[in-house]
Ligand binder design. Structure first.
Ligand SMILES: Nc1ncnc2c1ncn2[C@@H]1O[C@H](COP(=O)(O)OP(=O)(O)OP(=O)(O)O)[C@@H](O)[C@H]1O
Length: 253
């Protein structure tokens, strides 16, 4: 069984992790101890699913990794550089749980172009990246539409296109299958299975995690309580139920 506690987890000492989190703690001003002593290493090309019941701290962890929030204590390193809160890191992209938090431009094209333009790229390069990102996500035909007129699933794919246009090495997805119909969900699964980036994905859709991720991390009350192979970890009924989750249907006898 490859299920390990976070304290026991170490990567190969010869490779610097892409994301290295050490003894991270975080409290909101009115909400203490939301994250407690998180230690987690993610290597290049890993596809890590982050699971845990509502409110256990997944989004908070993502906001800390991206430098949006400031740790109460501990350290986060991205590509071997210490994360400085408030700094924009084009190497990492966060696809928000709610696409409305991410989309704000007058057209889909402008929205997807926003990050590459702000990275100071030349117009030709921006054009190429936007065209490519819209094609990969299959939303070319939406390019001239206002994002706020799109359906939930269309918004999700446009939000992903906006991140892909940055060409980040690491992409964090927060609940990517929320509001997707079965066909859109399937397309997203196929898209992520072919994705070359390092992926960190929070999801309550455990079947989705099984299909996309090669590693899963289980959180409970702001702590990492298990880390291992998705099929093995999620087959462990006792572990899953102890931490407020159910074994996925496809792993039931
Ligand atoms: N801005 C905030 N101020 C105070 N408390 C917050 C704030 N944002 C989140 N919280 C609290 O922090 C805890 C962790 O929230 P978080 O959004 O990280 O959980 P989550 O695991 O992503 O949940 P979900 O699965 O529902 O998306 C929750 O108790 C939440 O109510």
């Amino acid at each position: 069984m490859q299920i390990r506690s976070s304290q026991q987890f170490t990567d190969s000492p010869s490779i610097d992790p892409t994301i290295a989190i050490t003894d991270l703690c975080f409290s909101y001003p009115d909400n203490p101890d939301v994250l407690r002593h998180i230690t987690l290493n993610i290597c290049q090309g890993d596809r890590v699913g982050l699971i845990g019941y509502n409110g256990c701290g997944k989004t908070t962890l993502f906001l800390l990794i991206c430098g949006v929030l400031t740790p109460s204590s501990g350290e986060i390193r991205l590509l071997n550089q210490r994360v400085r809160p408030g700094t924009f890191y084009p190497e990492i992209g966060l696809v928000f749980q709610n696409p409305d938090d991410q989309l704000f431009s007058a057209s889909v094209w402008d929205d997807v172009a926003f990050a590459p333009q702000n990275m100071g790229l030349l117009d030709d390069e921006v054009h190429q990246r936007v065209t490519e990102a819209l094609a990969i996500t299959g939303v070319q035909e939406l390019a001239t539409r206002p994002p706020h007129h799109l359906s939930g699933g269309q918004k999700r794919m446009v939000a992903i296109a906006g991140i892909l246009a940055m060409r980040p090495q690491i992409i964090i997805y927060d609940e990517p299958t929320a509001n997707l119909d079965l066909r859109a969900r399937r397309r997203l699964i196929q898209f992520l299975q072919q994705s070359q980036e390092t992926l960190l994905i929070a999801s309550h859709d455990l079947e989705f995690v099984l299909e996309v991720c090669d590693r899963v991390v289980l959180m409970d009350e702001g702590q990492i309580v298990a880390d291992g192979n998705p099929r093995q970890l999620m087959s462990d009924i006792e572990l899953m139920e102890k931490h407020g989750l159910e074994r996925p249907y496809s792993l039931r006898p």
